[in-house]
Design a protein around this ligand. Structure first.
Ligand code: ACM
Ligand code: ZN
Length: 559
């Protein structure tokens, strides 16, 4: 790759109509050449090729409407208007999601072969314009100049994900949309939506109404950290709880609205039903699905419960298939996430139904795993086969590798990178979400006392940025690494401000790990891009963000 990147953050002195313009784009384009001059886009006409699909056309319409609003000068959009100032051309030679963006003093041209390519061309163009392009009001006194530039850009990884946990704490539809907006700005293309948990089931399933009627509400939530509560429990016989019922769920219509909103921004929503562990939300409503028959309660504390689904009962499979039938109807994603993490086997060891199933299947403990681990493999494979019949693939947390795993499963490596490395070496696809680099619930510095209370860990911005996805993976297995994702668990995150604080600007660093070729990454340039461009954009859009990496730890005063 040609290395012309050093000019990126430098101040460009531009001729003619142009004041000096700075270019600060995150994630940084993989190939950028600055030109001379600029193009004033206010009031420009927009045109696009006949080959463009409806979604691309509507993204162009929306951008033109946004520009018209902030500049106060209407921009018309017309199909095949070759004389337009801003033109979108179909270029079948470009890879999926790739785009070319050329700005000259005469006009702007964006080329792509797919919706995501055109959408990313627009995101980059917005980043070239004054930050007020993101406003939702008319802004006076702005020169709407885009500096002359030639960009030829494509992502490093096909899977660029961010995870959201609405179970430990719930996020409204508007909050989810705001999360999606900032993902889209950074050219992410997957939202991993963790919809079920011990602490609450968050998606309406019409066949099983008690999942939400009962399973979405916990009667209370522990106060403070889990570890402190163990000490409290010893002394008081119970944990220190707030006594306030907490709940929430998405109706199927709301989930569809989120799916459509994400799709318009090039993002596929992957739903997760975490199974067979982390299932108290479901068991509270349907106790017959557990080994003992319950009763069970939606959990009021954090951690890993020993009460899990009972795969000794055929009804458990009927239940899961019924749940996924409805999810497949809502979520067109090729991948369904079936969880698989942190499933203790103590209940299965004691359960006559589970042991009967183990015997009937002829499962034995050996050096590949215990018979109970293999029972979990059986659950995974049965669901994989069921979803496969409907044209879907599964993703599971890296525990699904324990024992035996069926071909075609994708492994999400969270306990460090080892699971992803093992999966790739064994011929499985993997998504890297190592807790060493991508657990955004961790503290953002090694001085936790300066930060809002968090689950633990230490994950500063620089550490997210320095991640090297192919470390420990031989060349021939690297194609199995589909991409990268960060996870943001919300046990201790109860407000949207705090959620955004944990997300930003680590999401910026993640986006460069996902998008940029390694030679394009440069921490000093990246940090300058944050302070010069992204932080002012976040201020304008009302996002809360963390400045710990810039010597200002803690949530901003006003929040
Ligand atoms: C996980 O963090 N339990 C996937
Ligand atoms: Zn059982």
């Amino acid at each position: 790759m040609k290395r012309i990147f050093t000019i990126l953050s430098s101040v460009l002195l531009l001729a003619g109509c142009c004041q000096k313009a700075e270019i600060h784009i995150i994630p940084a384009p993989n190939h950028l050449e600055a030109g001379s001059g600029c193009y004033n886009i206010a009031g420009a006409s927009f045109g696009y090729d006949n080959e463009l699909d409806g979604r691309s056309a509507s993204a162009i319409e929306q951008f033109a409407a946004q520009l018209s609003l902030v500049s106060g000068k209407p921009s018309a959009v017309a199909k095949a208007d070759m004389s337009a100032g801003v033109y979108f051309a179909f270029n079948s030679a470009l890879a999926d999601e790739a785009y070319k963006l050329d700005v000259t003093s005469k006009g702007i041209r964006i080329e792509a072969s797919s919706f995501n390519g055109f959408f990313y061309g627009i995101q980059t163009l917005k980043q070239l314009l004054p930050k007020e392009i993101y406003a939702s009001w008319k802004v006076s006194g702005i020169k709407w100049n885009a500096p002359a530039v030639s960009i030829d850009d494509a992502p490093r990884f096909a899977y660029r994900g961010m995870h959201m946990d609405p179970c430990r704490h719930f996020w409204s539809v508007d909050e989810v949309k705001k999360y999606i907006d900032v993902m889209a700005m950074h050219k992410l293309n997957r939202l991993h939506w963790h919809l079920t948990e011990d602490q609450g089931w968050r998606i309406e399933i019409k066949k099983y109404p008690l999942l939400t009627e009962v399973g979405s509400i916990r009667k209370s939530t522990i106060i403070g950290g889990l570890n402190d509560n163990f000490a409290y429990e010893k002394e008081h016989g119970h944990m220190n709880e707030d006594g306030i019922p907490y709940g929430g769920f998405y109706t199927q219509d709301e989930a569809r609205e989120i799916v459509a909103y994400a799709w318009e921004r090039g993002i596929t929503v992957i739903p997760e039903v975490d199974l067979p562990g982390h299932m108290l939300g479901a068991l509270a409503g349907y106790p017959e699905l557990g080994c003992t028959g319950g009763p069970y309660e939606v959990w009021t504390r954090w951690g890993v419960s020993e009460d899990v689904l009972c795969p000794g009962k055929e009804a458990m499979f009927t239940f899961l298939e019924g749940v996924f039938d409805e999810l497949m109807d809502i979520f067109p994603s090729e991948y369904m996430h079936i969880g698989g993490d942190e499933c203790p086997k103590v209940a299965w060891e004691k359960c006559p139904n589970c042991q009967k199933r183990i015997k009937a299947l002829g499962l034995v403990s050996d050096d590949k795993g215990t018979k109970e681990q293999k029972l979990q493999n059986y659950v995974t494979s049965r669901l994989q086969a069921y979803l496969g019949k409907h044209g879907r693939k599964i993703i599971g947390w890296d525990e699904i590798l324990e024992g035996e795993i069926a071909p075609g499963a994708t492994v999400m490596s969270w306990r460090g990178a080892q699971g992803g490395i093992a999966a790739a070496n064994a011929g499985f696809d993997a998504i890297m979400t190592p807790n060493t680099h991508f657990y955004f619930d961790y503290y953002q510095s090694d001085k936790p006392e300066t930060e809002p209370f968090a689950i633990g860990g230490c994950l500063p911005l620089e550490k997210v940025y320095e991640y090297e996805p192919f470390e420990g993976i031989p060349e021939e297995a690297r194609h199995h690494i589909l991409g990268l994702q960060a996870n943001l668990w919300t046990e201790y995150i109860s407000t949207n401000e705090y959620l955004e604080y944990m997300l930003l600007p680590r999401l910026d660093a993640l986006s460069e790990d996902q998008w940029c070729q390694s030679e394009v990454k440069d921490i000093e340039r990246f940090k300058a891009d944050l302070t010069s461009r992204m932080f002012p954009v976040y201020d304008l859009l009302g996002y809360t963000y963390c400045r710990t990496a810039f010597g200002q730890p803690g949530l901003p005063e006003s929040k």
